[in-house]
Design a binder for this molecule. Structure first.
Ligand SMILES: [Fe+2]
Length: 197
């Protein structure tokens, strides 16, 4: 091996990616760091716990929309296929907002599917396909779980002076969820196909 080849090999070691690195976590789940946002530790702790519950439920609701977007069948296939995907995108946006608020409050956001499955209050959906009215009932039930807890959490956040969390819950989560319920629920109104006058 020539001298210049040896030198090149030594230099290249400095540019090679160091994969499979391991170290202790920098912040364990469930433990808060103090952020300079003029909120008490107790308020931040309560908001983080509540938002993590809501995050797990919002991620589950989001994924339920994508499951139903893929698996929808029947005469309303196309409109529901599009509507479910639109709501998926909107829920995905909420997931990001909730998770980033948790980090901002000094907490650690729940993130991975097994942890979400362990935490969510929304009943597990089957792996197989379901009829459109059943898909819709499942979505409406999930929305109601989210709306109920979000309203309670919003009041708690306001009581603790956490107006930012209250605003996120009311202006984003609750308003968006109510609107989506309106659009989805209209599909299961039992309107007769023909009307006699
Ligand atoms: Fe798609």
């Amino acid at each position: 091996m020539t001298r210049s080849t040896l030198e090149a090999e030594t230099i290249l070691k400095g540019a090679a990616p160091l994969t499979h690195q391991k170290a202790r976590e920098i912040q364990p789940f469930g433990h808060l760091v103090r952020m300079p946002i003029a909120l008490s530790e107790q308020t931040c702790k309560e908001s983080v716990e509540n938002l993590n519950q809501l995050l797990a439920d919002t991620m589950t609701l989001r994924d339920l929309y994508k499951k139903h977007h893929w698996q929808i069948a029947g005469p309303t296939f196309y409109q529901l296929h599009l509507l479910f995907d639109k709501h998926y995108d909107e829920q995905n946006d909420l997931v990001d907002k909730i998770a980033e608020r948790i980090q901002l409050l000094g907490g650690v956001s729940v993130a991975m599917a097994p942890d979400v499955a362990e935490t969510t209050r929304i009943p597990r959906a089957p792996k197989g396909r379901e009829e459109a009215p059943v898909q819709i009932s499942r979505l409406l039930h999930a929305h109601e779980i989210v709306l109920k807890e979000a309203r309670t959490m919003a009041r708690r956040a306001a009581d603790g002076g956490d107006d930012g969390t209250n605003d996120l819950l009311v202006s984003d989560v609750i308003r968006r969820s109510e609107l989506q319920v309106g659009f989805v629920a209209e599909h299961v109104v039992d309107v007769p196909l023909t009307t006699t006058v």
